[in-house]
Design a protein around this ligand. Structure first.
Ligand SMILES: C[S@@+](CC[C@H](N)C(=O)[O-])C[C@H]1O[C@@H](n2cnc3c(N)ncnc32)[C@H](O)[C@@H]1O
Length: 469
């Protein structure tokens, strides 16, 4: 079987890696065929083993490196290459930004096929490490072992508290230090792990679905407030109380300490009770003097500093003078809606998740904002003729859809309603480009501003200003 496989997909020797493309992979070519390769850098010369062959492209892994690219730098994390978190650490930040900008340009040109202005240079993140305000660690009793560890024949501690190996739901990498979230994130994780080992608390078995400790969520806010959520598989009041008391004493800076008993097959807890054990049931993030309440189930942009830059640019492109009626589509917890509310007449925010809409309303209340109205429901149903009759035709629409982009009905509604300006914020330039082509029937793209929210990863955010023709 193995030989047959090898025969079908021979090793391609001394292939030059050309550029970085979507999903963090690099592109190479062989006899007019495009090959996508992970874990390499433009300029590397490598031998490739083909892992997948389709009509128009192939996928491959580098099995031997002949020359290494000048763009490479030494990754700073000991987990690089195994952990799926920061796949671009081997490339310096300026080069990462260059390829992110290129990714946006390629998508908008190839898929969007619309006339484009000169792009504004991508706005990099001031922090390229410790920029996240939320991390979610998983417990497992079968930690991932590297090839070297297995070959050594040594016995290793198989309990792990860390991140999933890419593509493996059942394998967790035990994290020693993570560069994504500031202190005391690492200290809390290591303390919970050490306490659990010392007190014999069973780490979860992701295949047999047994064990006690399942998951640990740490949220650090720019106000200094700190939330910790411990998720377990079954009720054990005494064990939980001791663990949480230990955490509260060791880290008095925790302002919001919770636990969840989750007997389900998966780790999501949006449908479960989250019990506040100590402190307040929420923390706050702050932006331009506005406070945003973040509960255990609330969404908040994970790179808060850069989210501020994203919203600032969004507001700048919306060019508000105080009189406008603004619709904020896919408003989440109403962050953009509340952020622009003081610069316009009224904001209507629409979002699918009812609890996010509750947060959005609370966020208006605690900031004394009275000109926002929020609706929960599917965009294509809520953004109706009836809603527009009730509130009026928007002067400006801000839209920030999920990766899939906007539903075609929503795009058609926007064409029908015809606001003067649409500011389209997107985390996926491919679907944004698709929607821009549809909107080009009545709109010109007048500004394109990529923003990097996630250094060391291939993800890129992009803001486009559409102006009515
Ligand atoms: C990229 S987030 C935008 C969040 C928000 N603008 C912010 O900056 O915090 C996309 C949001 O769209 C919501 N969403 C996804 N599909 C939806 C739909 N069909 N109708 C309404 N909202 C939807 C998601 O729940 C999510 O909150």
């Amino acid at each position: 079987m193995r030989n047959k496989h090898k025969k079908k997909f021979p090793i391609l020797e001394r292939i030059r890696i050309e550029e970085m493309v979507a999903e963090g992979k690099c592109l190479a070519r062989y006899e007019n065929m495009v090959i996508f390769v992970p874990g390499v850098a433009p300029g590397d010369i490598v031998d490739l083993r083909i892992t997948r062959k389709k009509k128009s492209f192939m996928e491959a892994e580098a099995v031997n490196f002949h020359e290494l690219s000048d763009l490479r730098i030494e990754p700073f994390c000991e987990h690089f290459g195994i952990c799926g978190g920061c796949k671009w650490q081997h490339i310096d930040y300026d080069t990462q930004l260059h390829y992110k900008q290129k990714q946006v340009k390629d998508n908008l040109e190839r898929i969007g096929k619309v006339a484009l202005p000169e792009f504004d240079p991508i706005l990099g993140s001031a922090k390229t490490r410790y920029y996240r305000n939320k991390l979610e660690y998983t417990f497992s009793n079968t930690s991932w072992l590297t090839k070297e560890q297995i070959q050594s024949g040594e016995e290793f501690d198989r309990d792990a508290l860390g991140f999933h190996i890419p593509g493996r739901f059942d394998k967790i990498l035990d994290i020693k230090h993570c560069y994504l979230q500031p202190d005391p994130s690492n200290a809390i994780r290591l303390e919970v792990r050490a306490y659990a080992k010392a007190n014999g608390l069973p780490f979860y078995d992701l295949i047999r679905l047994e064990g006690y400790l399942r998951n640990l969520i740490i949220r650090t806010a720019n106000t200094g407030e700190l939330m910790v959520i411990v998720q377990v598989y079954y009720e054990d009041q005494e064990a939980m109380q001791k663990l949480l008391d230990h955490l509260a004493t060791t880290f008095p800076e925790i302002t919001s300490l919770h636990y969840v008993v989750n007997p389900k097959g998966n780790e999501t807890f949006h449908d479960l009770d989250v019990i506040c054990y100590k402190g307040l049931p929420y923390i706050h993030e702050e932006m331009e003097g506005l406070k945003f309440r973040v509960g255990p189930k609330s969404f908040y942009q994970t790179n808060a500093d850069q989210a501020y830059e994203l919203y600032r640019l969004t507001r700048e492109l919306a060019n508000l003078n105080g009189d406008e009626l603004v619709y904020d589509l896919y408003t989440g917890a109403g962050t953009i809606a509340n952020f622009v509310a003081r610069q316009c007449r009224e904001v209507i925010g629409i979002e699918y998740v009812p609890s996010a809409i509750e947060d959005a309303r609370i966020n208006s209340q605690i900031n004394g904002i009275t000109n926002t109205t929020f609706y929960a429901g599917d965009m294509k149903d809520i953004l109706s003729d009836e809603l527009i009759e009730r509130h009026g035709r928007p002067d400006v629409v801000i839209t920030d859809p999920p990766r899939a982009g906007m539903h075609q009905d929503v795009v058609e509604k926007l064409l029908q309603v015809h606001p003067n300006r649409i500011v389209y914020v997107s985390c996926n330039p491919a679907t944004q480009a698709r929607d821009l082509e549809l909107l080009s029937a009545k709109y010109d793209v007048t500004r394109v501003q990529p923003v990097d929210m996630f250094p060391q990863t291939h993800h890129v955010e992009n803001i486009v200003l559409l102006t009515a023709k």
